[in-house]
Design a protein around this ligand. Structure first.
Ligand SMILES: Nc1nc2c(ncn2[C@@H]2O[C@H](COP(=O)(O)OP(=O)(O)OP(=O)(O)O)[C@@H](O)[C@H]2O)c(=O)[nH]1
Ligand SMILES: [Zn+2]
Length: 276
């Protein structure tokens, strides 16, 4: 979904599929080897989160890694500003994740409030939405389209894992000429082959870690660990160190073969207290 086609004016035949600018893909469910293509040619990724207890900086950061990996401009959209007195606190926490990160706080149900998002939805622009269930993605789509054509919540039905998810897969044309892509596949995206995205999003850690005495330093107990020194000095945050280590070890796990994974699982079972 999302490919651009060159079409013959007269016959409407497809002449050519234009080269893809970028591509979201994931491991096909239940199949180790197969890759499933989700969306192509996305210009902007709306990372949607809500201003309530579901807000999680760690989750936002995962989506930032994904955007970096795919090469798409991320914009964090914080919804449900009407349910809090302090949307600025949520916005500040999101902005802290990355210098220059674009963050917009909106009441998704109010088309006036979401109007500023139209600048990313102009002619020929494709925006994809990601974010956990219930944060207000369908509501945003409706408000941006200026209609109520997608029923929020009413269209949910149990899938075979027993979880409730939106099951329509859609691409919405906007009045300004842009496209909004809201697909269940995008919503469940797992990070895959995300090594370079992680290194970019945590470039401050990568830089400091180069000064650790040991090149394979785990930044836990080793002497001469520059990362721990930077945390003690207040230059780096220990919460982000935890998140970096977790993403990095997930990446190693995802890349490993089935046999290697079984060995890693056995180690994890033996050391349940150790998160990494
Ligand atoms: N008060 C308030 N409620 C909102 C806002 N945005 C969404 N909601 C409500 O939150 C609930 C979930 O919204 P949805 O748009 O269905 O969420 P979703 O992200 O599409 O959820 P999934 O389809 O499960 O992925 C609905 O009851 C919406 O009316 C908002 O900005 N303010
Ligand atoms: Zn170290």
């Amino acid at each position: 979904m999302g490919d651009w086609l060159l079409i013959d004016d007269a016959t409407l035949a497809v002449r050519r599929v234009l080269q893809r600018e970028n591509l979201f893909k994931r491991r096909a469910p239940g199949n180790e080897q197969k890759t499933q293509l989700i969306a192509a040619n996305v210009d902007t990724l709306f990372i949607v989160a809500s201003c309530n207890k579901d807000f999680s900086a760690a989750r936002l950061e995962r989506y930032l890694v994904l955007a970096q990996e795919v090469g798409v401009q991320p914009v964090v959209i914080l919804t449900k500003t009407d349910l809090t007195n302090r949307p600025d606190i949520f916005a500040a926490e999101a902005r802290d994740l990355r210098p220059g990160l674009l963050v917009e706080a909106v009441n998704g149900r109010d088309s006036g409030s979401v109007a500023p998002l139209a600048i990313w939805c102009g002619r020929g622009q494709t925006v994809a939405l990601v974010g956990s269930s219930g944060v207000g993605k369908s509501t945003l789509v409706n408000s941006l389209r200026g209609s109520d054509s997608i029923m929020t919540q009413a269209i949910r039905k149990g899938d075979d894992t027993g979880r409730h998810t939106t099951t329509v897969r859609e691409m919405h044309r906007l009045a300004g000429g842009g496209w909004l892509l809201d697909t269940p596949g995008m919503r469940e995206l797992q990070l895959r082959d995300a090594g370079s995205g992680i290194a970019e999003i945590f470039d401050d850690f990568v830089e400091v870690a180069e000064h650790c005495r040991f090149s394979n330093c785990t930044h836990e107990l080793e002497p001469g660990c520059a990362v721990r020194t930077a945390i003690a000095d207040g230059r780096l945050s220990s919460a982000r160190l935890d998140r970096w280590c977790r993403l990095a070890s997930e990446e190693i796990y995802n890349r490993s073969s089935l046999t290697e994974r079984r060995a890693l699982d056995r180690i994890a079972k033996r050391n349940p207290a150790k998160k990494k």
